[in-house]
Write a protein that binds this ligand. Structure first.
Ligand code: BGC
Length: 275
């Protein structure tokens, strides 16, 4: 029984099976690689760009871990069901789901179209609901495997500092992440008695394709750094490390928590010299 006895030195995810959504680039790619490095077999979910999904799979396999890609739009109930079915028939079950897939469609509030609003809510919030529900159904079907983990399953929701910080010009995105925060906590409260852990990571500014314009030029980076007390823009590995910890038994007593991995962005840095 692994119960409460995980040695801090030991490799943490051996034998476990993970799905990471939106894993063909950015934070999702880094999390997929991090989980694989920690011993898990990883399903690299993606919706566009087959080539990059295959590249991530190849890079993981080149390190001796096992991975494969499954194309599915997380906002489609049928596609999410089909993805879980094929992952489970290939791997036997799923132990870890990382709800990472997300996008931005920015617009000034009065110009935001219903299509922009819906797209962001569908992918960022409904997508997390559909994948988490499929995961919970599988965890309950499979039952506890104490040789693999002391919990029945782990769900990690990628949120954002904008589940806390309002963000002008991004009403759809901020609303979706505020929704993720309460979805996560409610799932955690409801599922804890079944030994399912649900947590969130809220990244700050991390260098990925979603926000290239915020850090790619020296001028943009200087403006961004004013918002980051730790004074560096985040790297995707910063988030991957947090995800590996939340997926492992090292965090067995943690559920319903949001880990802000943001270099202090949520510390109101503008108040260092004001107020
Ligand atoms: C957004 C990024 C942004 C960061 C900090 C993230 O959730 O996706 O575009 O740079 O928050 O504002």
């Amino acid at each position: 029984m692994r119960m409460h006895q995980t040695n801090i030195r030991e490799t943490t995810l051996d034998g476990q099976r993970a799905i990471v959504t939106g894993a063909n680039s950015g934070i999702g790619e880094a999390i997929a690689k991090g989980l694989a490095e920690a011993g898990a077999t990883v399903v690299v979910n993606y919706v566009t760009d087959d080539e990059n999904a295959q590249r991530v799979v190849d890079e993981i396999c080149a390190t001796g871990s096992r991975a494969f890609a499954i194309k599915a739009d997380v906002s489609s109930e049928e596609q999410v069901q089909a993805m879980f079915q094929s992952a489970i028939s290939e791997l036997g079950s799923i132990d870890i789901v990382v709800n990472n897939a997300g996008l931005q469609q920015d617009a000034p509030f009065h110009e935001m179209t219903l299509a922009q609003w819906r797209k962001v809510i569908d992918v960022n919030l409904t997508g997390q609901f559909l994948c988490a529900r499929a995961a919970v159904r599988e965890f309950l079907r499979r039952g506890l495997m104490p040789q693999l983990s002391c919990s029945l399953g782990k769900i990690i929701c990628l949120s954002s500092v904008h589940d806390l910080i309002p963000w002008a010009g991004h009403a759809n995105y901020a609303a979706s992440k505020g929704g993720v925060a309460m979805l996560m906590k409610t799932m955690a409260q409801e599922l804890a008695m079944k030994k399912i852990r649900v947590n969130a990571i809220s990244p700050g500014a991390i260098k990925t394709p979603i926000n290239t314009s915020a850090w790619a030029t020296a001028q943009a980076e200087a403006a961004l750094l004013k918002l980051i007390p730790y004074y560096r823009v985040g790297e995707t590995r910063d988030i991957a490390r947090a995800a590996v910890w939340l997926a492992s038994d090292h965090s067995d007593y943690v559920t319903g928590a949001t880990l802000y991995v943001d270099g202090g962005m949520t510390l109101y840095p503008e108040f260092r010299e004001g107020g």
